[in-house]
Structures are given as C-alpha cells and as structure tokens.
Design a protein. Structure first.
Length: 296
C-alpha cells in the first residue's frame, strides 16, 4: 500500500469505529417540545438570508424572528430532500469495487442519514405543518467513466453536507436560539463531522492524479457541472415560499433581489462556500472562480 492508501484506509477504519461507539437511536433520543413559539429565534439572525441587506434593516424584530422560523423549516426541508437523494445515490454505490475499502463505512453513512431524514421531516411537519417541496437539483447527464461518476457524486454530497454543516455549527452554539432547535443542530453536527471527514478523504484519494489522467476538456466539463450545482444549492436557500410564510409581500422579488445583492454574494463566496471551493480546487474538480448568477 502507498502512504496515501494507508492514510485513507486508517481514516475509514477509524470512522467506522466512531460511528459504532457514538451510535445513537434518533427515533427515541429526543424529548420533542410540544411547540416552539414564533417569538423565539429559530436560527441566528446573522444567518438569515436577508442579513446585511435593506430587508433586514427594515424588518422588525418580530418579523426577523418569524422569518427565522421559516428559514429553519427551509433548511431542514432541504436536509430531508437532500438526504433522501444522498441515501439513494450512496446505496447504488454499495459493493462497488472502487469503494471496497469504504464499503463498511457507507452502511453507517446510510444508517445515520436515514435517522437524520426522519427527525428533520418530523420537525418540519410538527412545527411548520409541512416540508417545503424543494425543486430537485436536475443537471444534465455527463458521459463519465466509473471513477469520475463516483467523484462527481461524492463532490455533490460534500457540497450539500458542508453547507448544512456551516449552519448546524453556528446554530448549535447560539444561546439565543430555542434549546430544542440547538439540540437538533448539535445532534446533526456530530454525525456530519464524520461524513465530511470521510468525504474529504475519499475525494482526495480518488482525485489524486486526475489532472494527469484525464484531458483538460473532461475536467472542464466536471468543473462547469459542479459550479452549477453550487449555484443551485445557494439558490435553494432563498426559497420564495419562506418569505411569503413570514409575511413579506413578494417572495420571488425578494429572492431575486437578494441573489443579486453583492453583500450576499460576498458572504457565499468568502464565508459559506470557502472550505468547499478550497477543497474542490485543490482536487482539480473545480477550475474557475465561481460567479453567482441567479438562474431564476
Ligand atoms: Fe445528515
Ligand atoms: Fe451526512
């Protein structure tokens, strides 16, 4: 085994052990609050999509709190739909020879995501009365070999998980937020930190040498695809329905204005996506600087 292989092998073995040592049964672990008041913070005000824009300045504290409820429901709904897709995608890759060393860990991955999907859906239904039906991110199929297909799939998973993790970490630590919401964020954060460690290790391992192995056009196609995936992920955070549910007049107009706002774009590129862009560039999966052009 080469050094890279040994490091990867040891890391995956360690993650399997951690998943077993820290295994929880989410279906009974939470003491579900009867209700969560709309006068509470459901997420940190600085994490709201209107933060640092005139919409935030003009909103009253009560409106900001109400929006924090629907933004929380949106983030949790995104987790439900994203985890459903993730489980389906990872299940297809079980027993793939290229992922042989990771196979055991992938079972834990699916097990943990299934539990997350359950509690996020439960939360949305119980406290929001619905799960937002987010558009599935549909991207055109690329003709890629097995290795690049696996790389793209795990790069998408990595993007999805890192974005969610950013919010989980901050909300879990924010004493202004309702304790039960903090607890859910903390529970998710615990499992996700292992998934992200795994994603990083897998991407580094599989992407090692792809710049030599594949022609620049192929890598360019992947880069364009992942760039688009990142844009759609960002846009999904600005769900027009949550602005409407929080009493703002035009959800679509607010979404369009916010996505075009340089202060929001700065936050995306320099804060929310910072680690993601760094890793994807280091592994040759993302080439160009990303420009956030709203698609809708
Ligand atoms: Fe999850
Ligand atoms: Fe995860």
């Amino acid at each position: 085994m080469t050094t890279t292989q040994t490091v990867y092998h040891d890391r995956v073995a360690k993650l399997v052990k951690l998943s077993r040592d820290r295994h929880v049964f989410s279906f009974t672990r939470f003491d579900w609050s009867e209700s969560i008041p709309e006068s509470d913070w459901w997420m940190s005000p600085e994490l709201l999509t209107i933060y640092n824009t005139p919409y935030y300045e003009q909103a009253s504290e009560a409106q900001r709190k109400l929006l924090s409820k629907w933004e929380c429901i949106n983030l949790f709904s995104l987790n439900v739909t994203g985890e459903q897709e993730l489980i389906a995608g990872v299940a297809q890759l079980l027993h793939t020879p290229m992922l042989k060393e990771a196979n055991e860990y992938l079972h834990h991955f699916i097990d943990e995501e299934n539990q997350h999907m359950w509690y996020f859906a439960q939360f949305c239904e119980k406290y929001g009365g619905k799960i937002y039906g987010n558009k599935k991110i549909q991207l055109s199929d690329m003709k890629l070999d097995a290795k690049l297909s696996i790389l793209v799939r795990f790069a998408q998973i990595f993007i999805f998980e890192e974005v969610g993790h950013y919010y989980n970490l901050k909300v879990a630590l924010d004493e202004r937020v309702h304790p039960f919401i903090r607890e859910i964020n903390e529970a998710h954060r615990n499992d996700e930190s292992r998934h992200i460690t795994f994603g990083r290790a897998l991407l580094a391992r599989l992407a090692d040498g792809i710049d030599q192995e594949y022609p620049p056009e192929t890598l360019q196609t992947i880069s364009v695809h992942l760039n688009r995936y990142i844009q759609l992920t960002i846009e999904s955070l600005y769900n027009p329905a949550m602005y409407r549910d929080a009493g703002f007049t035009s959800g679509i107009a607010i979404r369009t204005a916010l996505l075009a706002d340089p202060r929001r774009q700065h936050f995306h590129s320099n804060e929310l996506l910072k680690k993601i862009l760094g890793l994807l560039r280091d592994t040759h999966l993302l080439k160009k600087e990303m420009s956030l052009e709203p698609s809708a």
